[in-house]
Design a protein. Structure first.
Length: 155
C-alpha cells in the first residue's frame, strides 16, 4: 500500500509539472551565455567541437563546463530536427541505464523538451530548446549543484 501511495504522489508531481510548464516556451541560449555562466560559477570550459566533434558537421558549437566533481555539456546543432534526434537518443541511453529504483520527469513545451532521471546513484538531465541542448550525467551527490547551474542557465 505504501508503494502505491508513493507511485501516486510521483505521478501527481509529474502531471502538475507538465500542467504548470507544458505549454510554455524557453529562451534559446547561446554558447557565450553558457561560457559566461560557467565562468561565474567557477567552472572551467572546454571547446569539444574543435576536438572530439571536429568531424561532426551537425554540431555547430559544443562546450563542456566542469570542475573536479562534475561536468555539464552544451551544444548548438545545425537544425532543430538534429537536436530533437540527439535528445531522443540520449533519453533512450538514460532509460537503458535505469535500475529497479528510479525516478524520472519528462516535460514538453512549445519549443523545448526536457528529461530527468535519477537511478543507480546517477543524476541524468537533458533539455533541448530549439536547435540547442544541455546535457549532464553526474553522480547523484552533485544533483543540487547541476540543478542550480541549469536553473541559472534557464534550461
Amino acid at each position: 500500500m505504501k508503494r502505491l501511495k508513493k507511485v501516486g504522489i510521483i505521478l501527481t508531481i509529474v502531471v502538475m509539472t507538465f500542467l504548470l510548464t507544458g505549454c510554455g516556451t524557453k529562451n534559446v541560449k547561446t554558447t557565450n551565455d553558457f561560457i559566461a555562466l560557467a565562468e561565474d560559477s567557477n567552472l572551467s570550459t572546454k571547446n569539444v567541437k574543435e576536438g572530439q566533434y571536429a568531424s561532426d558537421n551537425t554540431i555547430k558549437e559544443g562546450y563542456v563546463a566542469y570542475n573536479n566533481n562534475w561536468q555539464i555539456e552544451f551544444y548548438v546543432l545545425d537544425t532543430e530536427a538534429t537536436a530533437s534526434s540527439n535528445f531522443d537518443t540520449n533519453v533512450k541511453i538514460f532509460e537503458d541505464s535505469k535500475g529497479n529504483s528510479s525516478s524520472y520527469v519528462s516535460v514538453e513545451g512549445k519549443n523545448y523538451e526536457a528529461y530527468t532521471l535519477t537511478s543507480n546513484g546517477q543524476y541524468m538531465y537533458i533539455c533541448r530548446v530549439e536547435n540547442t541542448f544541455i546535457y549532464a550525467n553526474v553522480s547523484e551527490e552533485y544533483k543540487d549543484d547541476v540543478n542550480a547551474f541549469i536553473k541559472s542557465f534557464g534550461y
